[in-house]
Design a protein. Structure first.
Length: 142
């Protein structure tokens, strides 16, 4: 991967995760004093909007690194970061699909199912991605 790809991917993952976590905290962790309020914090709709705007840039990043990094490493049978890479890779499709379906779902039970799927797969992706980054790279010459 080029430095530009690495930097772009890290920024997109960080912004998407941050906006998603803050939105989730506002929606599920906060409670409004107004019993008729549909939001728990005045910035909650804006945080969701930021998440929805930033996330497609992350999807682009996945496409950008797929041919250079994801697919070639997946095809290698022995690679030190293979497990965390596979966990990250396997979470991308359900994380992305559940996000899009969550936005268009009109049936309440489908919307709840997509929300749960999105939170679970996003959590798996973020944990696997961080693990993928913190693992030591192989030493040259060994």
């Amino acid at each position: 991967m080029t430095r530009a790809q690495v930097l772009y991917l890290h920024v997109c993952v960080a912004l998407t995760a941050l906006t998603g976590i803050v939105f989730a905290w506002m929606k599920y962790g906060m409670h409004s004093d107004d019993e008729f309020s549909v939001v728990n914090h005045p910035l909650q709709p804006h945080m969701l909007s930021a998440h929805v705007v930033v996330a497609p840039f992350l999807v682009f990043a996945f496409g950008w690194i797929f041919g250079d990094h994801i697919w070639p490493r997946f095809r290698q049978t022995s690679w030190p970061r293979r497990a965390s890479g596979i966990w990250s890779m396997m979470a991308i499709l359900p994380m992305t699909l559940s996000a899009y379906l969550l936005q268009i779902a009109t049936n309440e039970s489908l919307r709840k199912a997509m929300a749960i799927a999105h939170w679970v797969t996003s959590g798996v992706f973020v944990v696997a991605y961080v693990a993928h980054l913190v693992m030591k790279p192989p030493r040259k010459g060994r």
